[in-house]
Design a protein. Structure first.
Length: 254
């Protein structure tokens, strides 16, 4: 992925990593469209950051995705990058179905079906562009589980394997697939995570991630240094120790 000269749609980017990434990519010389559910946040972003376009989208709603896609493509026919950023993360107790079932179903709809539906809505357009990229967002927890968030872990593992699989199918087309793999980052994704001393500061994460995109335009996975502890435990042969360390020290890991 080239770091500048793109037109980029980032649904789920009214706060946290998504918004910070949108602002950093705009500063690198890209046209950026921010998507989200809350009209008040979209209005504030548009007012505070002139030049950033906004569109309302609920990635849990197929009709909303279709409507947003039509608007984005009508207003930005040169769109060539889709970042499937939207996601939720909740603590669950799988010893009691009443505690986890609704949360698990909601997590899968948002974190797995949402990206699938987004890709379906844009991929024909992207394949018609001379150079296009789909950026998926998994997590270090796709590779090492956090005890309290089973559905989130599973959803991000699904996104990792989806990314690996569709990259094979898009080989020979103009569409690249890049997987962004955050570690725990200081955002409001989970209660208390913004102040979690074990989490990576948001500005540091985005700066390092965008720097990797810039220095490695052909990268398949974007991994800041702090996520490699989780990403490669099994390959290093210390997976059990990584699982123990994560679950003993980081109650709000991403």
């Amino acid at each position: 992925m080239n770091i500048s000269g793109n037109t980029i749609f980032i649904p789920g980017s009214t706060s946290g990593i998504g918004l910070a990434l949108a602002l950093e990519l705009r500063a690198k010389g890209n046209t950026v469209i921010v998507g989200g559910r809350r009209a008040d946040l979209l209005e504030r972003i548009a007012a505070e950051h002139p030049g950033i376009d906004t569109v309302r989208i609920d990635t849990t709603d197929p009709a909303s995705i279709d409507a947003a896609a039509k608007r984005v493509l009508a207003d930005h026919p040169d769109l060539n990058v889709l970042v499937t950023m939207a996601g939720v993360m909740r603590a669950e107790d799988w010893r009691s179905p009443a505690s986890f079932l609704a949360s698990a179903e909601s997590t899968v709809v948002t974190n797995v079906l949402g990206p699938i539906r987004l890709i379906a809505a844009f991929v024909e357009h992207l394949q018609a562009q001379p150079d296009a990229t789909i950026v998926t967002v998994s997590s270090g927890l796709a590779f090492t589980p956090l005890k309290v968030t089973p559905s989130y872990n599973a959803s991000k593992a699904a996104i990792h394997m989806l990314s690996e699989s569709i990259r094979l199918q898009y080989a020979g087309t103009s569409v690249k697939v890049v997987e962004l793999e955050p570690p725990s980052v200081q955002t409001a994704l989970m209660p208390g995570q913004e102040d979690n001393e074990h989490a990576m500061p948001l500005d540091e994460f985005v700066a390092e991630a965008v720097g990797l995109l810039e220095s490695r335009p052909d990268a398949k996975e974007i991994q800041v240094e702090r996520v490699k502890f989780l990403r490669y435990g099994e390959a290093r042969g210390d997976y059990d120790q990584v699982v123990e360390a994560l679950n003993n020290t980081d109650p709000h890991g991403k």
